[in-house]
Structure formats: C-alpha cells, structure tokens
Design a protein. Structure first.
Length: 541
C-alpha cells in the first residue's frame, strides 16, 4: 500500500473530530494506546463511525465475524499471541492472498511483518475489536477439549498453564468482572460475567479439573491439599499488557471445588466523580455531602452495584496533602497514592471494629470503612462521625430510605442515627445501549404508563438493534443509576418523632428527591438504557 495516511487526518477530513480534540487526546492517552482507542474511550467517536471512515477513505471492506465461515487451516499463519495482542485474525486464502480481519487496518507494521513471514500478499478487512476477540477465543482454543491431561507438571509447556492463561486473557479482553469455573459431573464449565450477565464461553475436560484448580491455588498461595473448606486468595499479575488484581474464591461442591475469579483491571480501577453518571442534581447533592467536615455518608446497594467504585472516586476527590485519609477494607481493592489503607485480617483479630478503633488514634480527617456488617462497627463509625470525622462506608439495603430502619434494627439508637447521618446514596448498575446500533422508537402503551405513573412524559425511547460491536446483544458497558437522600432538619425531626418511613418518603418526594426509578427513567429518555433494565433494578414509588 503506497498511499499511507494517518487516522487523525482521516477523521478530521470526515468532520468527526476537531484538531483540538485530537491534540488533547494525544496529550492525555496512555503511552502504548492507539489514537483510535483513545478517541473511543473519550467518547469523541463511536466504533461504527471509525469503521465507516476507514471503509470509505481506504476502500477497505468491513466484515462481521459473528457467523463468518473462517477457514481454520489458515489460523496457523498468525500465532495466538500475535492475534490477541494486535487484534487480528486470518479468515481465508483467496488468489494467493491472505484475507486478514484487522481492528486497525492502518497498522502497516503488522501487514509488512506478515507479508514477510508468510510470503503471501495481505488483504485487510475491518472488524470490531470485540468481534475479533470473540473469534480468536472461538477458533484458536477449539483444540483444548482434546488435550491429553497427562501429568500435571509445573513448566511453561503444561497444557493446564496454557488453558489458565487463555481463560484469564479471555476474561480481561471481554471485560468480564468475574470468571466462574463450575465443575459438573462430566465436565467443567467456564462462565464469564460480562456487563452483569453470566455467559458460558467454554468447556474444559473433567480430567483437567484438579490440575487447573491446583494451578490457580499455587498462584494464589492457597493450600492445595485443603479441598473440603472454602479458601480466599489473590493474584497480582499482568494479562497480556493489562495489569490486573485477581481475587480467588474456592468453594467445595459435590462435583469438586468451584472457583470464582474476580478481575480488577488496574488501568480502569480509579474513576473521577464526573465519570459516575450522576445527574446534575444528584452530583451537586453528593459533592455537598462528602465535603462536610464531619458526619456519616453511606452508600447502599446489592453486591456488584458499583459501591466500591463510587467510594474510591469520592476518596480520590478528597485526597489532598492537607487531609489525612485512612481506610479499613476487606480486601483493599485498589492501592491509592497518599491514602493510608488497612487490610482486614480476621486470622490475627484485625476486624473492621478493631481497625476502626486504632484508626481513631491516628488523627484522621476522613475515614473510609469498607462495609458496616455488625452493630459494633456501626457504633464506632457513628461515634467517629460525631467526634469531628467524615466517615464514608457501605451497607446492604434496597433503597436510601431503607438504610435508616436498617441501622436502627442493628441496635443503633435513633437519636444517634439522626445526629450522625449526613446522607445516603443508593445505586444500581444497568446495561447501557450500544452506541453503535442505538435506534429510536415510539414507546409502547405499557412504557408510557410507567412514565405517567412517575409524573414524567416521554416522546421516544431507544434500543440496541444488535451489531458486531456489541456481539448482537444491543448493550455494551454499564452505567449507574442513583438516588441521593440528604438528611435535612425536617427528616431528622420526623425520625425523632417516630414518623413512618412512608411519611418520610412522601416528604422527600415532595421536596424533589430523585428516586432510583426517576433517575433511571431520565436515562431511558436520554437514550442511555432501556425500560427493561430499569424495571429489573428499581421499584416504582
């Protein structure tokens, strides 16, 4: 290809980005990150726009690999590692040319290298990154099921090591939050939780089960001879080029040990407050809550609702040289510069309550308690918030208002709850409509009713048609839905006078508090998510 242009020029010519946006992206992107990926990350372009520009400007066709008939004989021309690293996959031979699906058809180094190594001409076609990664996982690892388990040896050639590497690489590439190794009677299912939903991606032969679990336990420093009790551990490693922290949990079941691996991508772990999808009203309220000099701020929601991300973003926002921040967590999920983080260690008696007592002697301004699990921790956290400290923590309840009776049920005196609690944020994660195939439509009668019931109107709603970017699912990524309850004087006096939670709810509603359902419906109206997603996580009020 003699005529070689730069991506930034092509996108500018197409009028999709300005030179200022390109310069700003180049300035802030990670050193090994490609410009196209950085522009996508910042939301300046969608993957579909990028593909259309490349298709039109370079005359290179775009293919969807979802049901593409890949000729498995040509896979040998590109190693699995190169395919994963450079996001390419060979499709078939035609007229002495190798048809190569590429996420970045302007990666001329790869094209040149392959022409030299294969002796063939390379004919590039464009495919989305996720499409290519799915195809790599589908085709390159087909042979795993036929592996002869042999002896479990601890060397780099061991099939078990290769399988585990591939399972982890797939998890990181598919942006899974968890990987489940589910032992069945005759096989082992590998499932990935992607955007909150579990999907089966792979099956491993039963005879590799013990070796695979032993390998995971060795890496996590767990006891490989103990198979009858649950164990927890962690592995800090790099998968491909991504630094990750893996949390390992094993649980004995009738078919052997089930292992769940929680993946924390250290590149994307720390978010800013602006990235948390707060509505303007909620963001303003929340910032006021966490900039108070003292008091208790609680985050609530079920497991996996993004509470920890919000906590870390809040700590990050408050993290200044003049502020002493101490946290006690179980486990410490992400290490932050300038913050004193304490890890709970029950084997030596360091519980949340014990750690919290010691923290109070460390002259802190801000204290973060990973989770309030019992009365003792709740009492110390509340007393700390009453003695001039800002305390941030999490609790498992269904809504912001349910937190108040929950604390009282734990044995905390109502007057202590009233005097210490600044506010409560409840949140949920919902799937986000894929930006590349989002489609406008008229709302159904049922959808209109839901809006009317919540005193809102709606002109149109959106859905994802399904495309190669989202692997035909219509959703890609997740966003947060919030409700922020600020404890004002009126709510405090209502509580002290033993008024019901229903009374407090109607007062908060009259004062204009946005409940989960309202924030969710606003995000439906703006085309970020769908009614189905919102109805799964919030209750109408």
């Amino acid at each position: 290809m003699s005529f070689r242009k730069r991506l930034g020029d092509l996108l500018q010519e197409a009028g999709l980005v300005t030179s200022e946006q390109i310069n700003e992206t180049l300035e802030h992107k990670r050193s090994n990150q490609k410009l196209g990926d950085a522009l996508l990350e910042r939301g300046y372009i969608t993957e579909r726009q990028l593909i259309e520009v490349l298709e039109f400007q370079l005359g290179i066709p775009h293919v969807s690999l979802y049901q593409y008939p890949i000729d498995e004989r040509v896979l040998g021309f590109v190693s699995k590692e190169i395919a994963q690293e450079r996001h390419i996959i060979p499709l078939r031979m035609q007229d002495n040319e190798l048809l190569l699906a590429m996420n970045d058809p302007m990666d001329y180094f790869v094209i040149d290298d392959l022409e030299i190594s294969t002796g063939l001409g390379i004919s590039p076609v464009i495919a989305t990154k996720d499409d290519i990664l799915f195809a790599i996982n589908k085709y390159y690892f087909k042979s795993d099921e036929g592996i002869d388990p042999g002896v479990f040896e601890d060397d780099d050639e061991s099939p078990v090591i290769n399988i585990l590497d591939q399972i982890l690489a797939t998890g990181v590439q598919l942006k899974a939050s968890d990987i489940h190794l589910d032992p069945q009677e005759a096989k082992v299912h590998i499932r990935y939780r992607i955007d909150g939903q579990l999907r089966s991606e792979k099956i491993v032969p039963k005879q590799l089960q013990n070796s695979l679990i032993a390998r995971i336990k060795i890496l996590a420093n767990l006891n490989i001879t103990q198979t009858r009790l649950p164990q927890d551990g962690r592995i800090k490693t790099t998968v491909g080029v991504t630094p990750v922290d893996l949390r390992i949990s094993s649980l004995p079941t009738v078919n052997g040990e089930k292992v769940v691996i929680r993946i924390l991508d250290l590149n994307n772990a720390l978010m800013q407050l602006g990235e948390l999808n707060f509505s303007e009203q909620n963001k303003k309220k929340y910032k006021q809550l966490i900039t108070q000099p003292s008091g208790l701020v609680l985050l609530t929601g079920p497991t996996g609702s993004g509470k920890t991300s919000t906590l870390y973003a809040s700590i990050n926002h408050l993290n200044k040289e003049s502020v002493n921040i101490v946290t006690i967590e179980d486990p410490v999920e992400f290490q932050m510069e300038g913050v004193n983080q304490v890890q709970v260690n029950s084997s030596v008696g360091l519980s949340f309550a014990e750690g919290l007592r010691s923290i109070l002697r460390q002259d802190p301004n801000v204290i973060m308690v990973g989770e309030i699990r019992d009365q003792e921790t709740a009492e110390i956290a509340i007393r700390a918030s009453l003695t001039g400290h800002l305390v941030l923590s999490t609790l498992h309840t269904n809504s912001a208002l349910d937190t108040i009776p929950r604390l009282i049920d734990m044995g905390i005196e109502p007057y202590l709850v009233v005097s210490s609690l600044n506010g409560v944020i409840a949140q949920r994660l919902v799937r986000k409509i894929c930006r590349d195939c989002t489609t406008k439509r008229q709302p159904t009668e049922m959808e209109k009713e839901i809006f009317i019931k919540n005193n809102m109107d709606v002109e149109s709603v959106y859905y994802g048609r399904g495309c190669s970017s989202c692997h035909q699912r219509g959703y890609r990524g997740r966003i947060t839905v919030h409700e922020v309850l600020v404890m004002d004087e009126q709510i405090k006096s209502m509580l002290l006078n033993h008024r019901s939670i229903a009374d407090i709810r109607s007062y908060a509603k009259n004062e204009g508090m946005e409940f989960l359902i309202h924030d969710g419906l606003n995000k439906v109206k703006s085309g970020q998510t769908t009614i189905e997603e919102i109805m799964q996580v919030s209750i109408s009020v």
